[in-house]
Design a binder for this molecule. Structure first.
Ligand SMILES: [Zn+2]
Length: 142
């Protein structure tokens, strides 16, 4: 059973920022995921994912948002979210929250074991600690 917390207003703002960045930069086959991360200092950095023809070299939105934040000098993270933008051929009007992929769960937890992740859980938007999503995380420690 996942330990989840209800969203606060600032979490809805974070989702809005993820939606804004992908609504502005959506390109079919190139960018359809937006991500936003809030740092412990309260700053928000948002970025789109970068799709590649060879699928496995695609860079996720969460990695881009983390990289953007760090590049701007903000290294401590509080909460992250990613949203998907519908494609023109889909009969969907607005973005929806997507859970981080397995690689992103590893990446996010590498940059902070206390980072919250906003996900849709049992039909509701909630947040949980990234470690909840990654039991027995990979480690090279003994
Ligand atoms: Zn990912």
């Amino acid at each position: 059973m996942l330990k989840v917390k209800p969203l606060e207003n600032k979490d809805y703002e974070l989702i809005k920022e993820a939606e804004k960045v992908i609504e502005k930069n959506y390109r079919y086959g190139r960018h359809h995921i937006g991500s936003a991360i809030r740092t412990t200092s309260g700053n928000i950095f948002s970025a789109v994912h970068v799709e590649a023809n060879v699928g496995r070299i695609t860079v996720c939105g969460e990695a881009m948002a983390i990289g953007k934040s760090i590049s701007e000098g903000d290294h401590e993270f509080e909460t992250i979210v990613a949203v998907a933008h519908p494609h023109p051929h889909e009969d969907i009007e607005k973005c929806w929250v997507v859970a981080p992929c397995g690689m992103c769960r590893e990446l996010i937890s590498d940059y902070g074991k206390d980072i919250n992740v906003i996900i849709s859980y049992k039909g509701e938007l909630v947040k949980c600690n990234v470690m909840e999503l990654l039991p027995e995380k990979y480690t090279s420690d003994i």
